[in-house]
Write a protein that binds this ligand. Structure first.
Ligand code: SF4
Length: 446
């Protein structure tokens, strides 16, 4: 059982010295219980307290790192079941498979395609994280060759998947320095795989049909000396996989059940790419640390990347763009000026539509604390004075000769007051951003 704030308080020095940055030892104890503080923040804690509290304050789900350097994937160390309770910290790693029995040309083509699975969304570049090399050939030589090709020809992290310890050893000889995830340990080979993982300092997975056996395997692997373990929760029936993912997360967080306190991987591979992406999205939301799919088509991967981006944002902090005047295309003094809010999704939707219209324009992103147009208006974060200030701050009147401002159709009600405050002609734009291209082409006149 997790220690309560009072349990922890009894073990602290109780001097209220404030060296930890908290006003009292009790306040520190409460934050420690909620995993919002680190024991190391208190310099005066006794060795005995460190021993007791160190174990109790360890994260309920172990942090596991696959890969090295800036592109490494960190999974685990999550504190909540639902993101609105706090937030999810470590985005699910997305992996695409490549089989080692492909001929050279097919292998190279697929690897090239996998390397290019990236997109730009709300101003950020997002992409997949790992290549899962599957030892389909069952040959050590081919598996090792595939590992070398991926290691040399991809910036992505690696999962090596084989149940053969010898084949795994051969592949590791070609890519161990990239710290791949070793996948394939089961009840029959887990000690040998663990010895390999320990020797190469790599994380590894364990696979078993039931949660009890999974916990047992994790303990066996730990005894060999491997700490970074990932539980493989794959299966043919999505309902059962989802139940397992949820039960493990609950056991780790709610029961503090250390034997299952590890991140999880699931292979959501299916011949039907639509089914595959739908399963992978579900597992990504609850609670896979890594999802592996077969499809390397961008139309399949993009929705998955989008789901991940949405789930792993901080629900307490709207994603915002810098509030300022943006020029889209070669905007000049006779180009239209529009305003929208600085909520990223709103801004980039508007920007995308303006770009698509091929009419250069200025977009004024008004600071509404990252809220959308209607939310900002109803909360009085978007009114004539706020817009006038944003116009003045961005010196819009020095950028264009005309005095016309296009406002979102959703806040047409602002037009009268805004015209009065600004002294500009107010043009009411479309209610939806999708109507902007035709509006700019047919209604706008400088
Ligand atoms: Fe208490 Fe330690 Fe914080 Fe001082 S530093 S107030 S002793 S918890």
């Amino acid at each position: 059982m997790a220690l309560t704030g009072l349990d922890i308080y009894k073990l602290l020095p109780k001097t209220n010295c404030k060296k930890c940055g908290r006003p009292t030892c009790l306040a520190f104890a409460m934050q420690l219980a909620q995993k919002k503080a680190n024991l190391s923040d208190c310099p005066d804690v006794s060795e005995e307290a460190k021993r007791v509290l160190g174990a109790a304050s360890a994260p309920p789900i172990k942090l596991v790192t696959v890969g090295t350097g800036a592109r490494k994937v960190e999974i685990g160390e999550e504190n909540v079941l639902f993101r609105h309770e706090e937030k999810f910290y470590h985005p699910t790693g997305i992996a695409v498979t490549i089989h080692d029995d492909l001929d050279d040309a097919a292998f190279d083509n697929r690897l090239k395609k996998i390397n290019n699975l990236k997109m730009s969304r709300v101003g950020t570049e997002i992409e997949i994280d790992l290549v899962a090399i599957i030892n389909k050939s069952a040959s050590a030589e081919k598996f090792a060759d595939a590992a070398k090709k991926v290691s040399d020809g991809s910036h992505l992290n690696i999962i090596l998947s084989s149940t053969s310890v010898d084949n795994m050893k051969a592949a590791l000889a070609n890519c161990a320095e990239k710290r791949p995830l070793i996948h394939g340990a089961n009840a029959g080979n887990c000690e040998s795989m663990a010895a390999l993982a320990k020797e190469k300092n790599c994380p590894m997975t364990v696979t078993a049909p039931t949660l009890e056996e999974l916990a047992d395997l994790a303990e066996r692997v730990k005894k060999v000396g491997v700490e970074e373990i990932v539980l493989d929760v794959s299966g043919d029936k999505p309902k059962e996989v989802l139940q397992k993912l949820t039960r493990i997360r609950r056991a780790a967080l709610k029961k503090n059940f250390r034997a299952l306190g590890f991140p999880m991987i699931t292979f959501a591979c299916d011949d039907d790419a639509f089914q595959e992406i739908s399963m992978a999205s579900t597992y990504l939301v609850k609670y896979a640390g890594i999802v592996v799919v077969n499809t390397c088509e961008s139309w399949g991967i993009m929705p998955l990347l989008t789901v991940r981006t949405n789930i792993f944002t901080d629900p307490q902090k709207p994603i915002q763009v810098e509030p300022k005047l943006y020029a889209v295309g070669d905007a000049k003094e006779d180009s239209p000026v529009l305003f929208t809010t600085n909520f990223s999704l709103t801004y980039y939707t508007v920007e995308g539509e303006v770009e698509g219209s091929r009419i250069p324009a200025f977009i004024l992103s008004v600071d509404t604390g990252g809220t959308s147009v209607l939310t900002a208006y109803s909360g009085d974060k978007l009114n004539d004075k706020v817009v006038a200030k944003a116009m003045a701050d961005a010196q819009v009147e020095t950028k264009v000769k005309h005095r016309k401002l296009i406002i979102p159709g959703l806040v047409a009600v602002m037009s009268g007051k805004l015209q009065e405050t600004l002294g500009w002609e107010i043009m009411v734009g479309p209610r939806e951003a999708s109507g902007l291209a035709s509006y700019l082409k047919t209604v706008w006149k400088p």
